[in-house]
Design a protein around this ligand. Structure first.
Ligand code: ATP
Length: 236
């Protein structure tokens, strides 16, 4: 197991957002976390990346207990994240934004190699490498956020709603790129409102409701599960 979460609880003040979540991600997998607004998907991601302390439970990454490890050290260990809301630096060029993703690294040759890899995944970013991040379209900023996370050379890539706010054609594209990133060797944990796309691309998935996991299975099992279909895929 690359990532294992055991019985995680998390509080926002007196509000309990996670009620004992357990899940795992094996090396090489794409795992999707789906659920309605407010189910706790983003909160689970924040706990894994270390942006929010947990109240109880454990997060084990690559065999090491990282539950209390600082967020930046988790990045160095190999947990890369493209956060919800993108977080692109508007005044920096596309290339500078990508280089910021590699700020924890000192291997210049590796960084240049990864920059080429990101430009290969996202030709659009290559075309716009000198343009300011803030002038990119929403879809391009989303790509830049994913590209920047790849610059940390993650073992595990956390993606929070990569398809949010994108036009249908771009949604298709971003999911194709996620599949490619995975095929090139990166494990992916994906939070998505777009359950159809996420489950059809994922090896496995979990359904989150009000801070608890209510169902898990292979992507295909969940896609064909009547309750999942009705609640998340818009078909009865
Ligand atoms: P969405 O798809 O809308 O982002 P989500 O599944 O990611 O939903 P979370 O953002 O994880 O849900 O929120 C889980 C619960 O925690 C919600 O009830 C939310 O209102 C609450 N919550 C999230 N962030 C905070 C915060 N900073 N302070 C207080 N409550 C919060």
């Amino acid at each position: 197991m690359l990532l294992e979460i055991q019985d995680l609880t998390l509080l926002y003040g007196r509000i309990q957002a996670l009620h004992g979540i357990s899940l795992y991600v094996d090396e090489g997998e794409v795992v999707a976390l789906i659920g309605a607004n407010g189910a706790g998907k983003t909160t689970t991601m924040r706990a894994i990346s270390g942006l929010r302390p947990v109240a109880s439970g454990k997060i084990i990454f690559a065999g090491q207990d990282v539950t209390k490890m600082r967020a930046d050290l988790r990045v160095i260990r190999g947990i890369g994240q493209a956060p919800e809301g993108r977080g692109v630096f508007p005044g920096m060029s596309v290339q500078e934004n990508l280089e910021m993703g590699a700020y924890t690294r000192r291997d210049g040759a590796g960084i240049r190699q990864d920059l080429a890899m990101v430009f290969d995944l996202f030709p659009r970013l290559k075309e716009r490498q000198r343009q300011a991040g803030g002038t990119l379209s929403g879809g391009e900023q989303q790509m830049l956020a994913v590209g920047r996370a790849m610059m940390t050379r993650p073992k595990l890539l956390l993606l929070d709603e990569p398809s949010m706010g994108l036009a249908p054609m771009l949604i298709q594209q971003i999911f194709e790129i996620i599949t490619r990133i995975n095929e090139q060797g990166t494990t992916v944990l994906l939070v998505e409102q777009n359950a159809q796309q996420a489950l059809s691309r994922a090896h496995r998935g979990y359904v989150l409701e009000t801070g608890a996991i209510v169902k898990e299975g292979s992507g295909q099992e969940l896609l064909h599960d009547p309750a999942v279909k009705e609640a998340y895929l818009g078909v009865a």
